[in-house]
Design a protein around this ligand. Structure first.
Ligand SMILES: CC(C)(COP(=O)(O)OP(=O)(O)OC[C@H]1O[C@@H](n2cnc3c(N)ncnc32)[C@H](O)[C@@H]1OP(=O)(O)O)[C@@H](O)C(=O)NCCC(=O)NCCS
Length: 144
């Protein structure tokens, strides 16, 4: 198992896993735009030459935004999601972030459990945040 930063060459593989994991996946173009923005840090887990988990965070001044996190279905519940999230938060802190935010679907109990376990707390609800009308919960963690 190897944890490493994204490169341009990974974008196709990440886009493929993103499409497997979400009903509203980021396209390769959206991933590339974020990756090249200069405010982005992306990390992935590679096993036997395949990308099995990835995440990405944007850092603007003191605020970090967890933008992406997913683990291939067969590889879940073994700590990979937590490893990716903790790595993103550590790098965001290194880059000067004092707090991290994220949005999660109200129906996504697995992700909410991960975020609660990693010290996030719910702030408020964003009504009809997603394209299909589902609400988002905004969560926050201090990085101090
Ligand atoms: C959310 C996701 C990234 C979690 O990845 P994971 O590798 O399975 O998570 P971990 O094994 O690191 O879990 C860490 C903790 O989170 C909680 N958790 C994760 N999945 C859970 C589940 N299905 N049910 C209950 N708790 C869960 C547990 O507390 C777990 O610790 P434990 O296994 O010691 O009990 C994964 O389910 C996923 O990729 N889902 C689809 C994409 C997605 O929804 N991304 C988030 C978008 S906001």
């Amino acid at each position: 198992m190897m944890l490493r930063e994204w490169t341009m060459e990974d974008l196709d593989g990440i886009a493929a896993l993103e499409a497997e994991c979400f009903s509203d996946p980021w396209s390769r173009r959206m991933l590339a735009d974020s990756f090249l923005s200069g405010q982005f840090y992306g990390v992935l887990l590679e096993e036997d030459g395949a990308i099995v988990a990835y995440g990405g965070v944007g850092v603007v001044f003191e605020d970090a935004e967890i933008q992406l996190i997913a683990v291939s279905e067969m590889y879940r519940r073994c700590g990979r999601g937590r490893m990716i999230l903790e790595n993103l938060l550590a790098e965001a802190k290194k880059r000067g972030a004092k707090r991290a935010f994220l949005e999660v679907r109200v129906s996504n109990a697995s992700a909410q459990m991960l975020y609660l376990k990693c010290g996030f707390t719910g702030l408020y609800c964003r009504t009809r945040y997603y394209f299909d009308g589902e609400d988002a919960i905004v969560m926050k963690r201090e990085l101090g």
